[in-house]
Design a protein around this ligand. Structure first.
Ligand SMILES: [Fe+2]
Ligand SMILES: [Fe+2]
Length: 246
C-alpha cells in the first residue's frame, strides 16, 4: 500500500511532467507537503482529546511543512503554477493524499513515516538530477527573494526547527544564485529523510525533541548511525545512477 502510493506519485510525475520541470516541482511540492499537515492534524486531535501530548512533534512537523511551503513558493516564483491543469493535478492529488495519510497515521504512524521517507528520497533524487543537468544555467540566474529571505536574511528559527539530528550543526546555506537555492532545497529533502528515519525508530518517543529545546542534546548515537547508514546509501545511489528527469 505504502509502496503503491509512492510508485503512483512517481509514475504520475515521470509520465506527465518529464519535459516540464517547474510544473513538476510545483506538483511534487504541493503533494509532498500534505503528509506533514496530516501528521499535525492527527497529533492535534490526540492532544485536543487529552489522549496524548507531544508538542515537540507538532512543532517539528509544522516546521517541515513550513519548509515545504517555501519550496512551493520558490517553484511558484519560477512559474511552476502558471497553468490551470497543473494546479488541478496538484490540488486534487493533495486532497486525496491528505485523507489517505490521515487514515494511515491513525492506524500505523510508522508506515506513514515510511511513506514520507520514500517521497523525500524521490524529491532528493529529483533535485539532485536537476542540479547535475542544469547546474551551469542555474548559476547564471538570480535567487528568488523568497529563498533569500527564508535561507539567509530572514529569521532562521523555522529553518532550524526541522533539523533534529544535532542542534550544534544547523545548516547555513550560501544563497547567491538559483543554483545555490536548489542545492539548499535538495539538502532540505535529505534532512526530511533523516527526520522520517528517526521517527520510525522504536524508542524515539523519549528522544525526539525540538532542536530549540533548552540544553537539547543530539539524537542518541545508535539512531544517528542508522540515519547515516541509510542516507549515505541514498547519496551513493544518486551519484551512481542519477534519475532521468528530462
Ligand atoms: Fe520539498
Ligand atoms: Fe520534502
Amino acid at each position: 500500500m505504502i509502496r503503491f502510493l509512492v510508485n503512483f506519485l512517481e509514475a504520475l510525475l515521470n509520465t506527465f511532467y518529464r519535459q516540464r520541470l517547474h510544473p513538476r516541482f510545483f506538483v511534487l511540492e504541493t503533494i509532498a507537503r500534505v503528509p506533514y499537515f496530516a501528521y499535525t492534524s492527527v497529533l492535534h486531535l490526540y492532544e485536543t482529546m487529552g489522549w496524548w501530548r507531544k508538542s515537540d512533534w507538532l512543532k517539528v512537523h509544522f516546521s517541515e511543512s513550513w519548509n515545504e511551503l517555501h519550496h512551493l513558493l520558490i517553484s511558484e516564483s519560477l512559474g511552476g503554477n502558471r497553468y490551470a491543469i497543473d494546479r488541478f493535478v496538484a490540488h486534487t492529488g493533495a486532497f486525496v493524499y491528505y485523507w489517505i495519510i490521515v487514515g494511515v497515521y491513525l492506524i500505523t504512524p510508522r508506515s506513514a513515516y515510511r511513506f514520507m521517507q520514500f517521497v523525500e528520497e524521490h524529491a532528493y533524487h529529483t533535485y539532485d538530477a536537476f542540479l547535475r543537468e542544469h547546474g551551469e544555467e542555474l548559476k547564471k540566474l538570480p535567487a528568488p527573494d523568497v529563498a533569500v529571505n527564508y535561507y539567509r536574511d530572514g529569521d532562521l528559527y523555522m529553518f532550524e526547527e526541522f533539523q533534529i539530528t544535532n542542534p550544534s550543526e544547523f545548516r547555513r546555506p550560501k544563497i547567491e544564485n538559483l543554483y545555490d537555492v536548489f542545492v539548499a532545497v535538495r539538502d532540505d529533502e535529505l534532512e526530511h529523510v533523516k527526520t522520517m528515519i528517526a521517527c520510525q525508530q522504536p524508542n524515539i518517543q523519549e528522544t525526539f525533541h525540538s532542536p530549540h529545546m533548552a540544553n537539547r542534546a543530539a539524537l542518541p548515537e545508535s539512531i544517528r548511525a542508522e540515519i547515516d547508514a541509510q542516507t549515505s546509501s541514498i547519496i551513493k545511489e544518486a551519484e551512481k545512477e542519477p534519475v532521468q528527469i528530462n
